[in-house]
Design a protein around this ligand. Structure first.
Ligand SMILES: Cc1cc2nc3c(=O)[nH]c(=O)nc-3n(C[C@H](O)[C@H](O)[C@H](O)COP(=O)(O)OP(=O)(O)OC[C@H]3O[C@@H](n4cnc5c(N)ncnc54)[C@H](O)[C@@H]3O)c2cc1C
Length: 287
């Protein structure tokens, strides 16, 4: 097999990187833990890329983690290992990250990469949906922000122009105090395994009534499944839920969740586990 040489760029600043992307269509490489697998060649030959590579993992502009007003800003190229060590990262997100791959991958893989890869089994995504995360993008032409559920459009499909780089993830809505927040991943083993189903839930109860409830399911559809409409129905309900209300909400999610069979699991298993996780969360208000 003849390996064609390709160009690759490792430029000194975000500005220069954006300028390059405005001139040429390139693959953006952060940690490379998804990209290298997607472009691997058989028999250990070098990975095969059909267009030039632009490396962004070294860009300090993409790595900061800081709080500004109500928002937590996370640089897109923050690695999982960095996030695990940072005091501002919520414990529940750290729990999800600890269940991603093994330390070597966590030293390379980035939050921005997990989002832009847009796998429905991406382990940070259910929580990012729950937080109503915003994705900040920049190009040589300017800057914009997108809601995560608008940005992710399908498996490996995101609303990103060729010259745009995801620079930051904003968590604008960190729920504190009286909110129970959980993340559960169901996979073949506790570490180094891709999710068959994942679930993130949060509930805030004031004086016996539900004030805010949010549920996000991973690996049960082409994108993370979250319905603000169904969540809204729970607002004002007495908590713990009465049997009839519980049955109705489970029936609603039974209709909403439409998983598929694949090499990791069956649709039936996924649906059953997803609904069990929801029921268990609502019964125990935190696992
Ligand atoms: C052995 C192994 C185990 C894994 N286990 C898990 C797991 O348990 N859970 C899980 O969720 N994932 C897992 N992954 C997948 C992967 O590690 C994560 O999705 C990781 O977050 C990808 O980040 P990255 O920086 O390596 O992305 P890259 O591979 O560099 O990029 C992924 C995609 O995002 C684009 N991209 C990356 N950053 C940006 C940016 N800032 N702006 C615009 N586009 C960008 C790239 O162009 C590419 O299309 C595993 C991977 C491997 C190889």
């Amino acid at each position: 097999m003849v390996v064609q040489p390709i160009s690759s760029y490792r430029l000194a600043s975000l500005q220069e990187t954006m300028a390059q992307l405005s001139k040429e269509d390139c693959h953006i490489m952060a940690g490379g833990t998804d990209l290298m697998v997607q472009h691997k060649s058989p028999m250990g030959a070098p990975a095969h890329f059909d267009k030039p590579l632009v490396f962004i993992d070294h860009l300090t502009e993409l790595r900061g983690i800081y709080q500004q007003n109500q928002d937590l800003h996370i640089g897109a190229c923050s690695t999982y290992s960095e996030l695990l060590e940072h005091p501002l990262i919520p414990n529940i997100l750290k729990k999800a990250i600890r269940e991603i791959a093994a330390p070597a991958i966590r030293n390379r893989g980035t939050l921005g990469g997990n989002i832009c890869n847009a796998s429905p089994a991406g382990d940070t995504l259910p929580l990012l949906y729950l937080y109503n995360a915003k994705i900040r993008l920049r190009s040589a032409k300017g800057e914009r922000a997108a809601e995560i559920h608008d940005f992710i459009q399908g498996p490996r499909r995101v609303n990103r122009l060729k010259d745009e780089i995801v620079t930051e993830i904003l968590l604008p809505d960190l729920q504190k105090d009286r909110t129970s927040l959980v993340f559960e991943k169901v996979a073949n083993r506790r570490a180094d395994a891709i999710a068959k189903v994942s679930f993130a839930g949060s509930i805030q109860v004031d004086e016996g009534q539900i004030h805010d409830a949010r549920f996000a399911f991973g690996a049960v559809g082409p994108t993370i499944v979250r319905s603000k409409e169904l969540e809204q129905k729970l607002r004002g309900e007495a908590f713990p839920l009465k049997g009839k209300v519980m049955d109705a909400i489970l029936a609603d999610y039974d209709r909403l969740i439409k998983p598929i069979d694949d090499q990791r699991s069956t649709a039936l298993y996924r649906k059953t586990v997803a609904l069990n996780l929801l029921r268990y969360f609502l019964e125990t208000r935190g696992m």
